[in-house]
Design a protein around this ligand. Structure first.
Ligand code: TRP
Length: 333
């Protein structure tokens, strides 16, 4: 398979899929997106919006369409460079569905029955369609069909990654080596990103701080971060979500300085929230401007996505053709 060389070094293919789940928040950005975007500098980054996967939960067509394009615009706004990486919408490379079928023949139902994310959804009363059940095979297909070597994911995806490795190994054992067995790169930091109430920032806890949105509403979110009742003449807690959120924007040296300011009496939480808000607003300023531009130039966004899909498609075709031959589907000889 074709490999990307830069200055004689073979770049590792880093690959990940992202759910089109609506407005992005700070937890998404610092937990995953900024990490992905940094990968594009020194690796061969493959990244896509998983709208096939989203079908398992989103049933309104307009919502899915809007969230898909929005997710792409957000990625481009936050620095994903279509020249440096391969970025596409999952359903623009439908070969991934064919390989899902091929791969489903090397995985036993017992393994899927044990998938915790599927079991969790069942226990929440979400009725399980077959799509939800076979979600992990589609995910394995996403990774194997594009030769992903390193897969940055959150902790919740650990089991899906084990299944992917298992599927690749079984396929290779049964039919001869076709697929790369990928390594997960599990993020250890995400759980440290607190939401407004101090729990992990997550849509399901309704405690998020969106990255983009009207200034007034965003400021209000920051003002509602929970604090203890320490007075101006008392030290402020470095366990406060204000401290953790502020630290995300700072260098190590500046974090230490912030810590000293927190420990020394004389500060008010209200002032710190304002300061944090200003820092946030400045940090995302260039991204906001880029996003305003892209929102008004959707044709350009779609062109970038088509370019990405073409690049991804040619990689998929190679792997798919090897898998088809290995399995005996090329009956013409
Ligand atoms: N299941 C992943 C999640 O919910 C999304 C995903 C789909 C993915 N396909 C992938 C992640 C391939 C990494 C690689 O976050």
């Amino acid at each position: 398979m074709e490999a990307l060389f830069i200055f004689g070094v073979i770049l590792k293919r880093v690959l990940s899929g992202i759910q089109p789940s609506g407005s992005l928040h700070l937890g998404n950005y610092f937990g995953m997106m900024s990490r992905m975007i940094n990968y594009q500098e020194k690796n061969d980054l493959f990244c896509f919006i998983v709208n096939y996967h989203a079908l398992t939960t989103i049933k309104e067509k307009e919502l899915l369409k809007e969230n898909t394009l929005q997710a792409a615009i957000d990625f481009f706004s936050l620095g994903l460079d279509p020249e440096k990486s391969t970025f596409w919408i999952q359903s623009d490379v439908p070969q991934v569905c064919e390989s899902t079928w091929l791969l489903s023949n090397v995985i036993n139902v017992g393994l899927l029955d044990r998938a915790t994310s599927y079991k969790d959804k069942l226990s929440k009363g979400i009725s399980a369609n077959v799509g939800l059940y076979s979600y992990p095979i589609l995910m394995a297909s996403d990774i194997l069909l594009f030769g992903g070597e390193i897969v940055p994911v959150g902790k919740d995806q650990k089991q899906h990654m084990e299944m992917t490795r298992d599927i690749a190994e079984r396929f290779n054992q049964t039919y001869g080596k076709v697929f790369i067995v990928p390594e997960p790169d599990i993020d250890k930091k995400t759980h440290l990103i607190p939401g407004l109430d101090g729990q992990k920032m997550s849509k399901s806890y309704n405690n998020t701080i969106p990255i983009f949105g009207p200034e007034k509403a965003l400021r209000k979110r920051f003002m509602s971060i929970v604090t203890d009742s320490a007075d101006i003449d008392e030290p402020k807690s470095v366990e406060s979500p204000i401290f953790h959120l502020y630290s995300l924007f700072l260098s190590e040296k500046d974090q230490l300085e912030l810590k000293e300011r927190f420990i020394k009496p004389g500060l008010r939480y209200g002032d710190l929230k304002n300061e944090l808000y200003e820092c946030f607003w400045e940090y995302f300023k260039p991204y906001r401007e880029k996003r305003d531009y892209l929102m008004n130039h959707k044709d350009y966004v779609i062109k970038c996505l088509e370019g990405g899909a073409n690049k991804a498609s040619s990689v998929a075709d190679e792997y798919l053709s090897s898998a088809r031959s290995a399995m005996g589907l090329n009956y013409k000889g």
